[in-house]
Design a protein around this ligand. Structure first.
Ligand code: ZN
Ligand code: ZN
Length: 302
């Protein structure tokens, strides 16, 4: 199975599992009449929508470059991740609205233990699936899968808070304990949502690779640019699974185009071997464009 097929299969499974979890949570609410379990179930609908959006985005992001999008479609995954973050925030607001309602008219639950057991089973399924998605998403460099996994993880926390609150409410008879805990959980979800949005916005804003990766790139270029005089203006940006690298390569003004191109190809091949999915663009310049004094060291960076 290719990376593309693995990611698409995971996303499709995500929708199926989210639908099943939603069904279980609706059943838990139906049995108990609990406002907290109702809001927990509502939050799961967001999952189904978000997983569908992720699947669509993954399909789109794997489309090869075309006439209208010559650099590829990698950023489609960030749109899905941003949408997911927005939906997480929306779910938090929904819970807060439910808390407000429950605060005004607290009620005792019917068949609380059956309802809680069903909700706990749904959450356990979610926990296992979220772990699978986050690991696989990182391995496949898919921000949409990671965001999907993170979101499901926030669902597990929501449910854990709801279950603890309801056990406490049933045990103590203090009905307001349930909306109080739900409020804490909503705050946590809100924070998670802003994090998912923040990371995806970084990608949409052409964020550079991290400092360690820059050092690695500089090393690979230095080692493979024998024959050139200097490298400067190195720029990097990340777009989903793709990394874009561009820089200026200063060579002797008398060097032939063929010789300069051979150096470029050597550097490109070395970078491609080191970083999967890298796109390299090198601008060749004569030595009067150099930024460092001549003869300092072999292929220095300016
Ligand atoms: Zn230059
Ligand atoms: Zn070429």
């Amino acid at each position: 199975m290719t990376s593309k097929q693995r990611v698409a299969t995971l996303a499709a499974w995500s929708i199926a599992i989210a639908t099943g979890v939603f069904g279980l949570k609706v059943a838990a609410w139906w049995i108990t009449g609990s406002v907290a379990l109702y809001s927990d179930a509502l939050e799961s609908i967001v999952n189904v929508i978000a997983s569908a959006a992720a699947l669509y985005a993954i399909r789109l992001s794997h489309k090869p470059a075309d006439h209208n999008h010559p650099f590829g479609h990698h950023k489609a995954e960030y749109f899905s991740a941003v949408l997911e973050g927005v939906l997480i925030v929306l779910a938090a607001l929904l819970i807060i609205a439910k808390v407000w309602e429950a605060w005004g008219a607290p009620a005792a639950l019917e068949q609380p233990w059956t309802g809680l057991a069903i909700n706990a089973a749904a959450s356990l399924l979610n926990l296992v699936w979220a772990t699978v998605l986050i690991r696989a998403g990182r391995a496949e460099k898919s921000p949409a899968l990671v965001a999907d996994g993170r979101h499901i993880m926030t669902d597990v926390m929501t449910s854990a808070g709801v279950i603890v609150g309801l056990v406490g409410a049933v045990a103590t008879g203090w009905l307001l304990l349930d909306p109080l805990l739900a409020l804490v959980v909503a705050a946590n979800i809100l924070w998670q949502g802003t994090r998912v949005i923040g990371q995806s916005v970084g990608g949409l804003m052409d964020m550079a690779v991290d400092a360690d990766e820059v050092m690695k790139i500089r090393d690979v270029i230095s080692v493979n640019s024998k024959g050139a005089m200097e490298v400067h203006d190195l720029k990097t940006r990340i777009a989903g699974r793709a990394t874009f690298i561009e820089f200026h390569l200063v060579v002797d003004a008398g060097m032939s185009v063929g010789a300069a191109h051979a150096i470029c190809d050597r550097i490109e091949d070395a970078l491609k071997a080191e970083i999967p999915g890298v796109r390299v663009n090198i601008h060749v310049e004569p030595d009067d464009e150099a930024k460092l004094p001549p003869g300092t060291q072999a292929v220095p960076f300016a």
